[in-house]
Write a protein that binds this ligand. Structure first.
Ligand SMILES: *Cc1c(COP(=O)(O)O)cnc(C)c1O
Length: 229
């Protein structure tokens, strides 16, 4: 069942890419496996998925050794500075860099472990009180400082759009994200590329892809609803 759902979402992403004039593989589907057991991840792995997203450090570490090592792990949840050291050499991309302080700690740990960590800056694009992330003006003020840190590469932006009934309501935010990435790129800052736009979840990933998402993060649409104990 999970396998079929994965294929369905995967196909929808390819189709939406093509519809928007991009190549079918222009957008990476990240299977967000938080709260889900390793057996389910293996099913999706066997179906061809190599990108998994987790939002908690401990859960990522628990699953890390149980899944083949050719998987790319994406840290997508709010990251506490004291936990950076556990994952800095294990993740392919940290999507959720939401403060200058966190960027400094990632840099410090990356240098210590002699790795270079690709990161995204999380944008609180709808300025919701409940969400982490930089406001648009803050990101403009901080991006150069973050990019100057050793051991990290600023690869793009990430956003969690508001929860809405009609995904079309989020189109404006995805457009704003796209525009923001263009504006940042224009500043021509060393160590800043804006190749990645991580946006779109189960409820709105098709709209996100049509507005230029390069990575979508889909959880319940693949694995079913989450049950929190
Ligand atoms: C849980 C989560 C997702 C996936 O959410 P779904 O609505 O289940 O697709 C995507 N991004 C982040 C940051 C998440 O925490």
């Amino acid at each position: 069942m999970v396998r079929e759902q994965y294929f369905e979402v995967k196909q929808a992403v390819v189709h939406a890419c093509e519809e928007s004039g991009r190549k079918g593989d222009a957008c990476t589907l990240i299977a967000v496996s938080k709260t889900k057991p390793v057996e389910m991840l293996k099913e999706v792995y066997d179906a061809g998925c190599r990108d998994f997203g987790e939002n908690k450090v401990q859960e990522l570490l628990d699953k890390y050794d149980k899944i083949p090592s050719d998987v790319r792990w994406h840290m997508i949840g709010h990251l506490q500075t004291n936990k950076v050291k556990y994952i800095v050499d294990k993740v392919s991309l940290i999507h959720s860099v939401d403060s200058v302080k966190l960027a400094h700690e990632i840099s410090r740990q990356a240098v210590k472990k002699n790795v270079v960590v690709p990161i995204l800056l999380e944008v609180n694009i709808a300025e919701e009180a409940s969400k982490y992330g930089f406001k648009v003006h803050e990101i403009m003020e901080s991006v150069a400082e973050i990019a100057s840190l050793p051991g990290i590469l600023v690869k793009g932006l990430m956003a969690i759009a508001p929860f809405v009934e009609n995904s079309e309501e989020n189109r404006i935010y995805f457009q704003q994200m796209r525009q923001l990435s263009v504006d940042i790129l224009r500043k021509n800052i060393d160590n800043v590329s804006m190749d990645i736009l991580s946006m779109g979840m189960t409820g709105d990933y098709l709209v996100a892809v049509s507005e230029g998402a390069t990575h979508v993060r889909v959880g319940s649409g693949i694995f079913g609803n989450r049950i929190y104990k």
